[in-house]
Design a protein around this ligand. Structure first.
Ligand SMILES: NC(=O)c1ccc[n+]([C@@H]2O[C@H](COP(=O)([O-])OP(=O)(O)OC[C@H]3O[C@@H](n4cnc5c(N)ncnc54)[C@H](OP(=O)(O)O)[C@@H]3O)[C@@H](O)[C@H]2O)c1
Length: 325
C-alpha cells in the first residue's frame, strides 16, 4: 500500500491506518459486543493487507483496545507503527473525565506502554483539549516523553487553531487527528491550510462516518443496532434526522460512481478523503476481517476530477440542502 510521510519529520505511514475504537468492546461509548478473536483476526488481516499503522486510545474499552492491540502486534512490534492517546481517564465506577495534568499524562503513558507490551509509543496524541489546564503544561510534558525515548512523535486531536499555535510555539506538532469525511468537512476551512503551512501531518478519523458511508445503513439497520451501540444511543447529528435521510440519499448517488471504478461506496468514501492535499492517512475502523480487507481497497487509487465534481454536485443536492437550513 502507498505510504505518505507524516508531516515534516514523521514516519512513512500507509494511506490507511486501522482504527481500534470499536475493538475496545463494551463501555459508555462502545459499539456493542465485540469478540477479541474477531479483533485479533481483523488486526492480522489489516497488517496482511499492507497497512502499517494502528490508532488506539486508553479510553477505548477502558484499556481493552490497547491490550488487544498489544497482543496482536507482539512478535512484530517493530514492523507496526502504534499510535495511542492520552487525556481521558476513568475511575472505578467507569466514569470518564478529561485530565491533561503533566503528572497524569506521565501515568497514562506508563499504563499504555504496559498494556501495549512495548517500551515505546510511535505516535502519542492528546485526545481532546482541556478547558482549564494550560495546553503549554500538557504539551511540555509530551515533549519530555519524547526526550526520554518513551515516545517517538507527538500529536494532538480535536484541537483548534489557537491551541495548535500555542503547542507549535513550544515544539513542532507531528500530527493532527481531526474528523473528516464526505459529510464532515469542517477540516477544510482553517485546519487543513494551517497544517499544510506548518507541515503537520493530518490523520483523519471516521472517514466512513462510523459506518454510515459504507452503503449498508438504512433506518431499519440503525434501529436494529444493539442498545449499547453509541450510534443508536447517542450518535452525532448524521445519525439523526433530518441529516440521516439526506446522507442515505447522498450515498445512493455514490453507488454508480463507485461502481464505475469497480469499487464499493466505502472504498470511494475513503479514497475521497485521501484526495485532499495535506491528508497523510485515513484512520478506518473495522471489527471484522472482511471489512478491513475491503477497506484496504480505498487506498492506492484516485477519483477523476469529473467524478469529484459529480460527488460534489450530489452532496450539494442532498446533505448540502439540509445543512444550510
Ligand atoms: N480522536 C478522536 O477523537 C477519534 C474519534 C473517532 C474515531 N477516532 C479514530 O478513528 C477510527 C475510525 O473511526 P470510526 O471507527 O468512527 O469510523 P469509520 O472508520 O468511519 O467506521 C468504522 C466502522 O464502520 C463499520 N465498517 C467499517 N468498514 C466497513 C465495511 N467495509 N463495510 C461495512 N461496515 C464497515 C464498522 O462498524 P459496524 O460493523 O459496527 O457497522 C466499523 O467499526 C477509530 O477507530 C479511532 O481510532 C478518533
Amino acid at each position: 500500500m502507498n505510504k505518505r510521510q507524516l508531516g515534516k519529520n514523521g514516519p512513512e505511514i500507509t494511506e490507511i491506518g486501522l482504527g481500534a475504537w470499536a475493538i475496545g468492546g463494551s463501555w459508555a461509548w462502545g459499539w456493542g459486543e465485540q469478540e477479541d478473536t474477531a479483533s485479533l483476526d481483523t488486526i492480522a488481516a489489516a497488517l496482511d493487507a499492507g497497512i502499517n499503522w494502528i490508532d488506539t486510545a486508553p479510553v477505548y474499552g477502558l484499556g481493552h483496545s490497547e491490550e488487544v492491540v498489544g497482543k496482536a502486534v507482539k512478535g512484530r512490534r517493530h514492523n507496526v507503527i502504534v499510535a495511542t492517546k492520552c487525556g481521558l481517564r476513568w475511575d472505578e465506577r467507569r466514569r470518564i473525565t478529561n485530565n491533561l495534568h503533566p503528572a497524569s499524562i506521565r501515568k497514562e503513558c506508563e499504563d499504555s506502554l504496559r498494556r501495549l507490551q512495548t517500551d515505546y509509543i510511535d505516535l502519542y496524541q492528546i485526545h481532546w483539549p482541556h478547558k482549564n489546564i494550560p495546553v503549554e503544561e500538557s504539551w511540555g510534558q509530551m515533549t519530555r516523553l519524547v526526550e526520554e525515548g518513551k515516545v517517538r512523535y507527538i500529536g494532538v486531536s480535536n484541537f483548534n487553531i489557537d491551541l495548535l499555535e500555542r503547542c507549535q510555539a513550544i515544539q513542532h506538532i507531528d500530527s493532527l487527528q481531526p474528523p473528516y469525511s464526505l459529510v464532515e468537512r469542517k477540516l477544510e476551512t482553517e485546519l487543513l491550510p494551517w497544517c499544510r503551512e506548518n507541515e503537520t501531518g493530518i490523520i483523519v478519523y471516521s472517514p466512513l462516518q462510523s459506518g454510515l458511508l459504507t452503503g449498508k445503513f438504512s433506518r431499519d439497520f440503525l434501529e436494529d443496532l444493539p442498545e449499547d451501540d453509541w450510534r443508536k444511543k447517542n450518535g452525532n447529528a448524521t445519525f439523526r434526522e433530518p441529516l440521516f435521510s439526506a446522507v442515505l440519499d447522498f450515498v445512493d448517488g455514490l453507488r454508480p460512481i463507485a461502481a464505475g471504478y469497480e469499487k464499493t461506496v466505502a472504498q470511494l468514501a475513503i479514497a475521497w478523503t485521501l484526495m485532499q492535499a495535506g491528508v497523510s492517512s485515513a484512520i478506518v475502523g473495522a471489527r471484522k476481517t472482511e471489512q478491513i480487507k475491503q477497506n484496504a481497497g480505498g487506498a492506492d487509487w484516485q477519483i477523476s476530477d469529473k467524478d469529484m465534481e459529480k460527488i460534489e454536485q450530489r452532496y450539494q443536492e442532498t446533505v448540502g440542502v439540509v445543512s444550510q437550513r
